[in-house]
Design a binder for this molecule. Structure first.
Ligand code: SF4
Length: 776
């Protein structure tokens, strides 16, 4: 392809397909094992060189090392193995610590238009960005800019706004506690609560559901609880790809006699058979069978299924042959049980079976495992949180657990598994568009200012505001906003309408190519790298999925001398923007991150003596009311809730589609084109369909089809996907994120949490009229 700008059309918001032939192979028999070791070694070798790679991986997730930039699964409290990471953790590290570089010379060679014609996979493979870059108004290429000039530009654009609410400040879940705390302080001193984050698109529904029912929007278990549990339910989650080290915890639980139930529309290899890559005997043998029971629920059939399990539990209690309910807990710690039971009585078994797609016998089998278990954990992820009724999904889990007093005792509880390493910590630090008055009061008093009280925009509202011209500056602390968000073309238009878009990034991504009138790339240090400020080397801290706060120290030399740390970027931007208007000496704060942590200790509950406690090996656990059976709800009790069963009325030619991730990706980062566990190689534009649906529709394996989504009379299209017959419920479809985000309407959101409905998208499928390279 020539490196000529294509002037007639704006840069492409969607990743083009890679010119390769997709192969569909038999599924993997087990997760982990030797293929996992080979994949890890290959990635590390290619990106980092073997010696440097091995030295770096030996520091990953160690008490004196750095926190994995991947998912938020916790590390063991006690002794850790020398290789405390998974295949995907190694890929995340290799991706960040790559020796490849994207220099100013690279940007001189490649116009933005030409770059946009490259796939997301290709963009990510180019390496670390070495210098701050600017795309000037009307220009076709990024060019180098000094840090001072970059900050001056952002400051000028922010200060030119008619109202601080015309600026959006996005955060991705990699941002450290220190950077996040400074960032929200800057944004609030600037005068807005427009702090959307990636949590708005993933576990916001969990936060809303749990906040209402148990008084805090976080899980209630620690890793130790997995060793004590007698049953673990994993629902709407694929740990083998998205939280791989969770499989080790599940394997250990199985060895302890725990029973596992997996509930998901797709059978996932990771939950079926696991070979621990560090266990030599396990590698040679067949591995450990994880699930005792797999329920292949229909997409968004979870409310029906959970109501069915609750109904079976209540029916058993009715019989009076054994005590099933924990009446002491229900009476002492909950409200609303009578309304819940009354509503369930009106739910018929045939509705439950129809909507869940699971037979009554299988539901009763799951209920039996639940009733026989003294200590039960429920884990879930995006399979529950990205539906219109997502909050109801999670609250039905809470209902079930409350019936048997399974919250607030060792070995039992609720476990929303977070997908990005510090997404939970960022929210704890105040990255939230709807902060509580109590938080703002403490922040204002600590820094002697009046924080704005008006709630800001979440991610969906931020996109809509930019689209409507109500927001003119978009600043992103990490992430790939364009690819992570729904309705790709609409979001692209929203970004194009901004006066300025600016991204703090380590690597090139599509969000750098779909820009406002001017754009900045501000390159930052990665987790793996040494962070030296004027008082010497610094460490940062993060909070994992189980509320453990720990230190993270990089050990590699930075990818370039021109990188700044995220806290330094915030401090210098705040200084440039706020000038005399700030009550904070920003540059003094970043000289020594202990100073930031001292402020956090005053503002954020649970962080007393932060600097001392976080220096203890392994850090410390934040207090959790529900773990002590303290429920900070208006009634002071945990709350049973009542929900209508969702129904999907599909036209004869329609399917319910969910977006999923492949094994070779992390969120929007595409590391490779294979999905080994599902037997897909060399491509990502595939649609998984039930074999019988494929036959009935007259499709063939590998045939190219176009996908059309239907929402309130609007039609969106994603073209050229290869049909893959697969084990998936009838009338269901699964496709990879972010390729099919284009089909997710921005206005299709979950009740209460406003999370985009990426897992129940109504589509129809037609043979593609275009021919091309995709296909088998
Ligand atoms: S399980 Fe998650 S946190 Fe742990 S190494 Fe793998 S990706 Fe990183």
């Amino acid at each position: 392809m020539s490196h000529q700008e294509i002037k007639s059309s704006p840069p492409s918001a969607q990743s083009p397909e890679e010119p390769s032939l997709i192969q569909i192979e038999p599924l993997s028999k087990a997760a982990g094992g030797i293929p996992s070791i080979v994949a890890t070694a290959k990635t590390v070798w290619n990106e980092m060189g073997m010696g440097r790679g091995v030295r770096t991986l030996l520091k990953l997730n160690q008490k004196d090392g750095f926190d994995c930039p991947g998912c938020a699964w916790p590390e063991p409290d006690g002794e850790r193995s020398h290789a405390e990471f998974c295949e995907n953790g190694a890929k995340h590290v290799a991706d960040e610590a790559t020796t490849k570089r994207v220099t100013p010379e690279f940007f001189r060679q490649w116009s933005v238009g030409d770059l946009s014609l490259k796939s997301d996979h290709w963009l990510g493979k180019q390496g670390r960005i070495t210098h701050p870059m600017i795309l000037r108004e009307g220009a076709t290429h990024y060019e180098e800019i000094s840090w001072d000039n970059a900050f001056a530009l952002v400051a000028a654009e922010l200060n030119a706004l008619a109202d601080p609410d015309e600026a959006i400040f996005y955060t991705s879940g990699r941002t450290s506690n220190e950077a996040a705390f400074l960032y929200q302080l800057f944004v609030r001193q600037f005068g807005t609560n427009n702090l959307p984050d990636c949590s708005n698109m993933c576990h916001e529904s969990s936060g809303s559901a749990l906040g209402e029912t148990i008084g805090v929007g976080k899980g209630t278990v620690t890793l130790e609880d997995f060793n004590l549990a007698t049953a673990i339910f994993v629902i709407g989650q694929n740990p083998g790809t998205n939280h791989p080290r969770m499989l080790s915890a599940l394997e250990q639980a199985k060895k302890n006699g725990c029973r596992l139930v997996h509930i998901n529309p797709l059978p996932e290899v990771g939950m079926t058979q696991f070979k621990h890559p560090q266990d030599v005997l396990g590698l040679l043998g067949a591995g450990t069978t994880l699930s005792d029971l797999f329920l292949q629920v229909r997409i968004n059939g979870d409310v029906a299924l959970l109501q069915g399990i609750s109904k079976a539990v209540l029916a058993e209690e009715e019989k009076g042959t054994r005590a099933v309910l924990d009446r002491e807990f229900i009476t002492g710690y909950t409200v609303g049980v009578d309304e819940f039971i009354g509503a369930l009585e009106g739910v018929e078994w045939n509705e439950i079976v129809d909507e869940s797609g699971i037979s009554r016998a299988q539901i009763e089998e799951a209920a039996n495992i639940f009733m026989e278990s003294e200590r039960t954990i429920f884990c879930w992820a995006m399979g529950l949180t990205q539906h219109k009724n997502a909050v109801a999904n999670i609250q039905e889990i809470v209902n079930l657990m409350l019936l048997r007093g399974q919250i607030g005792k060792p070995g039992a509880g609720l476990c929303p598994v977070r997908g990005h390493s510090n997404v939970q910590g960022d929210r704890t630090m105040g990255i939230w568009e709807r902060p509580t008055d109590a938080f703002l009061d403490r922040l204002g008093s600590e820094f002697n200012f009046n924080p704005p009280r008006r709630h800001g925009f979440d991610t969906v509202k931020a996109i809509q505001a930019m689209h409507a011209g109500q927001a003119r500056v978009f600043f992103a602390m990490g992430g790939n906003f364009l690819s992570a968000t729904p309705d790709t073309e609409y979001t692209a238009d929203a970004l194009r309408r901004c006066r300025l878009t600016a991204h703090v990034s380590t690597k090139l991504n599509r969000a750098h190519l779909i820009t406002g009138e001017q754009a900045l790339i501000l390159p930052c240090l990665g987790r793996t790298e040494i962070d030296v400020q004027s008082f010497g080397p610094q460490f940062v801290t993060t909070e994992n999925s189980m509320a453990v706060v720990q230190a993270s120290r990089g050990s590699l030399q930075p990818a370039s001398d021109s990188l700044l740390s995220e806290p330094a970027i915030v401090a210098r931007l705040a200084t440039a923007t706020l000038a005399e208007r700030t009550s904070v000496n920003w540059l003094a704060l970043i000289a020594d991150y202990d100073r930031i942590r001292d402020h956090i200790a005053w503002v954020v509950p649970g962080f007393d003596d932060y600097n001392t406690r976080v220096r203890r090996p392994g850090g410390f656990v934040l207090p959790s009311g529900p773990r002590e059976r303290v429920f900070n709800t208006p009634s002071g009790r945990a709350v049973f809730t009542v929900h209508a069963m969702p129904r999907h009325e599909l036209e004869p030619d329609q399917f319910l589609m969910m977006t999923i991730r492949s094994h070779d990706q992390f969120n929007t980062s595409i590391y490779g084109l294979d999905d080994r566990y599902r037997g897909i190689y060399n491509g990502r534009r595939v649609v998984f369909l039930n074999q019988d649906d494929v036959r009935e529709a007259g499709f063939e394996e590998g045939q190219l089809v176009d996908l059309f989504s239907h929402f309130e009379g609007e039609e969106r299209v994603a073209r050229r996907f290869a049909v893959v017959p697969y084990s998936i419920p009838r009338r269901s479809a699964a496709t990879y994120f972010p390729e099919t985000n284009v089909l997710v309407p921005v206005r299709s959101v979950a009740d209460k949490s406003n999370t985009p409905v990426s897992k129940s998208v109504v589509i129809s499928i037609k043979p593609s009229e275009e021919s091309g390279v995709t296909g088998v």
